[in-house]
Write a protein that binds this ligand. Sequence first.
Ligand SMILES: Nc1nc2c(ncn2[C@@H]2O[C@H](COP(=O)(O)OP(=O)(O)OP(=O)(O)O)[C@@H](O)[C@H]2O)c(=O)[nH]1
Ligand SMILES: [Zn+2]
Length: 197
Amino acid sequence: MSQPDSPVTREQAEDAVRTLLRWAGDDPTREGLLDTPKRVVKAYSDWFSGYSEDAEGFLRRTFEEVEGYDEMIILRDIAFESHCEHHMAPIIGRAHVGYLPTNKVVGISKLARVVEAFARRFQVQEKLTAQIAHCIDDVLKPRGVGVVIEAAHECMTTRGVHKRGVSMVTSQMLGSFRDDPSTRNEFLAFIDLRGRR
Ligand SMILES: Nc1nc2c(ncn2[C@@H]2O[C@H](COP(=O)(O)OP(=O)(O)OP(=O)(O)O)[C@@H](O)[C@H]2O)c(=O)[nH]1
Ligand SMILES: [Zn+2]
């Protein structure tokens, strides 16, 4: 992931927020807005904390004592918040992640941590989906990985085309999830996209 050449200071980021406030037609020196740049930068530090997270690192601790368990493992309904890289508007959704282990499994919370690490960046949903799947595939080297994401894009609901209730669905299947229709179908049946609404 390429980073900007020179680091931006917190003060510069706060100035940028003041500029936007002025540009929108308000007065950043009025009482209600005085602390807003500070708050916005703090909020952004949270929303974009993924840039400083090592997604692969979360998957390095694995467990082998699982009595030979070798069936599918799924973490479904992982709620996440991200931001679209086109409008910097929220993307609110759920991710479903499954894999077929080889001889080791990972702590289940780590799958959610991987989702968070990539979601807390500027994203398009396709890239987010692929990054999660490839990260799990690269580190765990399982027999297969499936990632399905359903999300609402606020750039489509609160502005632009103004379509509420629309969700975008993306999937990235790798290994046996891609090549073996029964594995793919088992995963899709477990996550039951429409049935659990
Ligand atoms: N494929 C994809 N498109 C996205 C995602 N997030 C936002 N977009 C779309 O990115 C496109 C950007 O299109 P542009 O025409 O450059 O931007 P725009 O003029 O603001 O477009 P409108 O949203 O249609 O008003 C829009 O169609 C968005 O709906 C995403 O995660 N994946
Ligand atoms: Zn957008």
